[in-house]
Write a protein that binds this ligand. Structure first.
Ligand code: RUB
Length: 355
């Protein structure tokens, strides 16, 4: 058994919900489109099929697609003979799948950096890099979870949007749900309100599924109920993930996040994003420069293949929105919680080493 396979086996022995792993010479991934009704495991042999799985949301969530990017590069090296040309082609293909989440681009670049200068890819270097990425992501989830849990009080109800959990990350609790899981493990009596997250229903399907598995009380609402819940005092904190954070703290997250931030500000409810320092993109000065992915209009006009609106009606689907930093109470990272002024404090975070 290779070092990498041994590493994956150890991961599977921990209490983790892995979105993707390697087994018997192929990638295995949980089909997130089928959750919660079916826990289907798909086998993927080719980088092209992995790219399609990322594009069509079979695997999703910024942390998980970052990890998938690294695994995809490993698959390319295994099956293409690892020529430089093939690795460049695989990197391009994987990066083209989803534009907003920066982790995907960064992990692929990390793999490319460790094979640059080689005509034939040294597979052991990639294996070591994949292990490093997986270990790091998992460590980040525990660390940011602990920092974030300090902000959650006994008795709080935390509202979250979309799914920023184990299957969107590396298996412990992803970002937002790591904060919630750690607070729960500390013995705090907490509740979660999960927003369903139209049109893909990541909240209704996957956040609710994970929280049930962890035994954490969860109440589901449709996205348009958050203002009401806040106005009647049912929400004490908001914690969401982020697909990309600009150098000034503006963040891109699942469409609807901005709407919850507006309502939270009106009701003086602390609004946090839980993320890792790797999701901060210092090459982007503000949210205005973050590319927002637009997906097919049929994802709005239909649900599970069932048409909702009259034929011929136009629809748009911006898959993410930008929440300006002025709505944020803090950015929870593995290095600590960053507060205003974000531009300055994020720069300092950049040079800080994880303890
Ligand atoms: C998922 C989404 C999640 C983020 C942030 O988008 O927006 O809220 O990934 O969570 P999609 P995290 O379902 O379109 O991939 O920071 O944990 O990834």
């Amino acid at each position: 058994m290779s070092k990498l396979e041994q590493f994956v086996r150890n991961l599977k022995d921990q209490q983790l919900l892995l979105p993707i792993w390697f087994e018997n010479g192929a990638l295995k991934l949980i089909n997130q489109l089928k959750l919660p009704h079916k826990e289907e495991i798909l086998t993927i042999q080719k980088v092209e099929d992995l790219a399609e799985a990322i594009r069509n949301m079979t695997i999703r969530g910024s942390g998980a697609i970052g990890i998938a990017g690294a695994w995809g590069m490993y698959l390319a090296a295994l099956h293409s003979g690892g020529t430089r040309e093939e690795m460049i082609r695989a990197a391009r293909l994987l990066k083209s799948t989803r534009p907003t989440a920066v982790n995907l681009m960064k992990t692929i670049d990390e793999i490319m950096d460790c094979v640059n200068g080689f005509e034939m890819t040294p597979i052991d270097r990639i294996e070591a890099k994949v292990i490093e990425i997986l270990e790091r992501q998992l460590q980040f989830e525990h660390l940011l979870g602990s920092h974030g849990a300090n902000l959650i009080n006994d008795g709080d109800t935390v509202l979250t949007h979309c799914h920023s959990g184990a299957l969107a990350g590396s298996g412990y609790g992803g970002r937002a749900l790591s904060v919630i899981r750690k607070a729960y493990e500390q013995g705090k009596n907490i509740q979660v309100i999960a927003c369903e997250t139209r049109p893909y229903l990541q909240g209704a399907r996957i956040t609710a599924y994970e929280l049930q598995k962890f035994g954490i009380p969860v109440t589901l609402i449709t996205d348009n109920m958050s203002g009401y819940c806040m106005s009647v005092g049912r929400v004490q904190k908001v914690v969401v993930g982020s697909d990309r954070v600009a150098a000034n703290g503006d963040l891109a997250n699942k469409i609807g996040t901005y709407m919850h931030a507006l309502a939270a500000k009106e009701h003086d409810i602390p609004f946090y994003t839980a993320t890792s320092s790797h999701t901060i993109d210092f090459s982007i000065q503000s949210g205005a420069d973050i590319e927002v992915e637009f997906r097919g209009a049929e994802e709005v006009t239909s649900l599970n293949g069932q048409r909702l609106s009259p034929k011929g009606v136009e629809a748009i689907y911006p898959s993410f929105d930008i929440t300006p930093n002025s709505y944020l109470s803090g950015i929870i990272t593995e290095k600590g919680v960053i507060t205003h002024p974000f531009s300055q404090n994020l720069q300092q975070l950049n040079s800080k080493v994880v303890q």
